[in-house]
Ligand binder design. Sequence first.
Ligand code: ADP
Ligand code: MG
Length: 253
Amino acid sequence: MDKTVVNAKHVQKIYGKKGENQSHALRGISFSMQEGEFVGIMGPSGSGKTTLLNIISTLDKATGGIVEIAGTDITKMKQRELSDFRSRKLGFIFQDFNLLENLTIYENIALPLSLQGIPSKKIGPKVEKAAEMLDISSLLPKYPAEVSGGQKQRSAAARALVHEPAIILADEPTGALDSKNATTLLEAMQNLNKKQGISIMMVTHDPYSASYCQRILFIQDGKLNKEIHRGGSREAFYKEILEVIADIGAHKA
Ligand SMILES: Nc1ncnc2c1ncn2[C@@H]1O[C@H](COP(=O)(O)OP(=O)(O)O)[C@@H](O)[C@H]1O
Ligand SMILES: [Mg+2]
């Protein structure tokens, strides 16, 4: 049975106070995402992609509308509830990895579990399993400075899933990677989604990265402009994405 992991209704975001220079970043966006989906968010620079992801991430608040994550309305939650919800239910992958340099890869991946107060005995097997899924088992004793950019981002992906979140949220996760490492990461994310049924939402301006998704929402001027589903091969989807971009002009970062 399908379960809704994200339900966004008429989400609105206005930056700045009334009477000041206000910026309407989101103008009533509605969509939903089912458990086990891999959804991409595309759109030109300034269209509201990061704002939307930050609202779903609970890092920023909508000024209107409703956002439910895994059945919980996050728009009415208080700060403390939000940070607890975030650490239990969400996993994050950022463009610039966000690993802590003075912790080993093992300790970085373990962080979401140790922050929840899970005993270290129980943490070990979970970290090892996550590392295995991303093919970085041999890197666990190393420090971030000792591994490549691609390995850093796969470590960040392991950290994002180790606590079995309801959804992984990724903002331009391939933005700092060369094409070979980007492909390795995207294939790993695709595998996690297909084999483990992990729900992933990824913001990207890169059509190649987006072609790994099952469904893409195109936003423009803070509104949902178009939505496409991957029917056949990734290659065919890539072409379709390029066509949509040429059509609506949503091509720049
Ligand atoms: N903190 C902020 N204060 C004021 N305006 C902002 C802020 N963050 C984003 N914006 C504005 O909101 C719009 C959407 O930005 P953003 O979500 O970053 O777009 P994208 O990620 O698609 O490039 C832009 O016009 C941007 O200038
Ligand atoms: Mg952005």
